[in-house]
Ligand binder design. Structure first.
Ligand code: TRP
Length: 342
């Protein structure tokens, strides 16, 4: 049986990029695989988090998983800090991964910014913890976005080096699961930038908890251009917009990509529907699908976050199940490494 592991950080508002780029795929995978979905609170604190806000956001991501349709009976849903095996294996991996590997991680460079000396050491070894998240369950497949591919590569290197150094066949070499059309959801204000929870302008993103009015308003105000919408010649053989089109008309590309993804149709079909029309038509149709699919989810998330008993009980149960899966693997690793058992 293939085993899936993935995680979302509780470090900002959940937005449409998280939904279409990750969470929606998690839902689809649970029918075919054994799935473990984590709220990675330990990764979140590699950058400063206010404790009360972190607690709130951990519940919010959990509620997002549930509202989107992840079934806590079929899949395991839990928060990382509740299962000690993640940190236990991460320490072993801190001693397997090489500093040279970590120095090549582009996300560290981006997140640490100019003042690298002041970045937390956790931010630096973050990829080792991510490798531990995955390998502590011997997961074989990891759905991730483009921005996490380098970390997954490192996970493969860590598994390989561990197996080689100790002469064992302990860890699988994980495969990324490449996701469908709308992996890249861009800002509503600037189609060249990713939609992000850290964007100063809330109008740049659609939050999973936005109500119908907010969604409609943000789409209405989204940046547009003044040309007519294109014909099918801007869709490449891979079913995505060509790089030239995305560069020339990033806003048109973004809104049409989001529309097709929410509607669950091929991009070429969406393009055909809007060929020769203007942005106003697209925005109206997009508002309708967005409100229809997100409105209900947002309301459910709010309800769950306000009465957190259910969310907390899901996390408690998930942690127990995750712990039971991880425990024999940690024992195996400790034996391999030469740690004495009590
Ligand atoms: N680093 C991922 C992100 O920021 C989150 C993450 C942590 C993750 N551990 C993981 C994703 C394991 C997949 C598998 O998006």
């Amino acid at each position: 049986m293939k085993r899936i592991f993935s995680g979302v950080q509780p470090s900002g508002n959940l937005h449409l990029g998280n939904y279409l780029g990750a969470i929606r795929n998690f839902v689809a995978l649970q029918n075919d695989f054994d799935c473990i979905y984590c709220v990675v609170d330990q990764h979140a604190i590699t950058l400063w988090q206010e404790p009360e806000v972190l607690r709130q956001r951990t519940r919010e991501v959990t509620a997002g998983y549930l509202a989107a349709g992840i079934d806590p009976k079929t899949s395991v849903i839990f928060n990382q800090s509740q299962v000690a095996a993640h940190s236990q294996l991460a320490w072993v991996f801190n001693c397997v991964a090489r500093i040279g590997w970590l120095n090549r991680m582009t996300q560290f460079k981006d997140k640490a910014g100019k003042n690298r000396e002041k970045a937390s050491s956790g931010l630096y070894v973050y990829p080792n913890l991510m490798a531990a998240d995955i390998l502590v369950y011997k997961a074989t497949h990891v759905p991730v976005g483009e921005d996490q591919k380098q970390h997954l590569e490192l996970t493969r290197d860590v598994a390989q080096k561990f197996n080689n150094d100790y002469g064992v066949d302990c860890f699988p070499i994980v495969e990324p699961l490449i996701q469908g059309a709308a992996t890249r959801v861009m800002s509503l204000r600037d189609g060249a930038k990713k939609m992000s929870s850290s964007d100063a302008s809330d109008a740049a993103r659609i939050n999973m908890t936005d109500d119908a009015d907010a969604v409609a308003k943000k789409i209405r105000r989204a940046t547009s251009d003044s040309e007519f919408l294109p014909d099918a010649s801007v869709v490449g053989p891979d079913g995505q917009f060509t790089a030239e089109f995305r560069q020339a008309r990033p806003e048109a590309a973004n809104l049409m990509t989001i529309f097709a993804a929410l509607k669950g149709e091929e991009l070429s079909q969406a393009v055909a529907e809007f060929e020769g029309k203007g942005f106003a038509d697209l925005k109206k149709a997009l508002t309708d699908v967005a409100v229809a699919s997100l409105g209900h989810m947002g309301a459910e998330m709010k309800r769950m976050v306000n009465d957190s008993h259910y969310v907390d009980s899901v996390l408690r149960d998930g942690a127990e199940r995750a712990q039971a899966l991880a425990e024999p693997i940690i024992k195996e690793v400790y034996d391999i490494v030469g740690f004495l058992r009590p």
